[in-house]
Design a protein around this ligand. Structure first.
Ligand code: C2E
Ligand code: MG
Ligand code: MG
Ligand code: MG
Length: 284
């Protein structure tokens, strides 16, 4: 290989790295602007009682309303938000907005029929001192009872034994807030390990649900998680249910709750009420 060719390749590589870095910096500054201007919105996906077909809760999922690109989903900006620390002001807004919405549902819906609200929380938010107080204040100012709030924390981010996070989760749970482990199965924690932890819910990652219908192994795995989790008093939510066959298998396994496009994709705030009206015979 000629020396020149290697050099050219190296230059191309450097140019590529440079372009990527510029792109990340641009994304970061655009995100910073979006946080200051409040260019975010929440969509809500129903969490469904699989046997009854009724919604018991909704998961709040953040979207960026980009002035040129339109609605941008979190896979395109959460990582940069985490790295830059912008997840802190963004996450605070998400929590407050989700609880404002939950409060509104409680005003509109018949007593006892208001679904709970589930909010994704980044590990970085837990590391920020005062997170527990932030949650308490948001509940107080919106008047939403603690047992109508669930917090989701992703399994892969909890691998390290971070005792401070577990202590805070314990305080939040003692307040009556439900704690869920999100994307369960993608990390390394075992249900045995989680048994000693302040957790109420495990959400099985959609990767396992996808493969369940076509091959034995994932099916046995999901069924194993469902059984073991329930024997430990945990509630199981299956994520990414797209086909009736997924739901039917999960019901047979005794999995109580699920989410997915089969029931509904994440909905805008006004669409939620229409969805409840059309599918749940809720009078709103
Ligand atoms: P997640 O918490 O596991 O949320 C589930 C993701 O799967 C959502 O993607 C949802 O739209 C998508 N989904 C739901 N049902 C189906 C289905 O049947 N099939 C398929 N293929 N996908 C389905 P989304 O909204 O793009 O969010 C991606 C991730 O971004 C979330 O994964 C969560 O980890 C993170 N995220 C979203 N909102 C927030 C937030 O407010 N704060 C933080 N820290 N993270 C968030
Ligand atoms: Mg989640
Ligand atoms: Mg998940
Ligand atoms: Mg996820």
């Amino acid at each position: 290989v000629a020396k020149g060719a290697g050099k050219n390749q190296w230059r191309r590589y450097q140019a590529h790295l440079h372009a990527e870095m510029v792109e990340r910096l641009e994304l970061r500054s655009a995100l910073d602007h979006a946080v200051n201007e409040g260019h975010f919105l929440l969509h809500y996906q129903p969490i469904v009682d699989l046997a009854a077909g009724t919604a018991v809760g909704f998961e709040a999922l953040v979207r960026w309303h980009h002035p040129r690109r339109g609605i941008v989903t979190p896979d395109q900006f959460i990582e940069v938000a985490e790295e830059s620390g912008l997840i802190l002001p963004m996450g605070r807004w998400v929590l407050e907005e989700a609880l404002r919405t939950a409060a509104e549902w409680r005003r509109i819906l018949p007593a006892g029929q208001a679904p709970y609200m589930s909010v994704n929380v980044s590990v970085r938010q837990f590391r920020e001192s005062g997170f527990v107080d932030q949650v308490r204040a948001a509940l107080t100012s919106t008047g939403v009872p603690a047992n109508s709030l669930m917090l989701e924390i992703t399994e892969t981010l909890l691998v390290k034994d971070d005792e401070q996070i577990w202590a805070d989760l314990g305080i939040l749970r003692d307040m009556g807030i439900r704690i869920a482990i999100d994307d369960f199965g993608t990390g390394y924690s075992s249900l045995g390990y989680l048994r000693q932890r302040p957790i109420d819910v495990v959400k099985i990652d959609k990767m396992f649900i996808d493969d369940m219908v076509t091959s034995q192994q994932p099916m046995a795995l999901v069924s194993g998680i469902v059984n073991l989790a329930q024997s430990q008093g945990l509630v199981v939510v299956a994520e990414g249910i797209e086909q009736p066959a997924h739901r039917d298998l999960l019901v047979k396994m005794g999995c109580p709750l699920g989410q997915g496009y089969l029931f509904s994709s994440p909905l805008g705030p006004t669409e939620v009420l229409a969805w409840l009206r059309n599918t749940q015979s809720v009078a709103v």
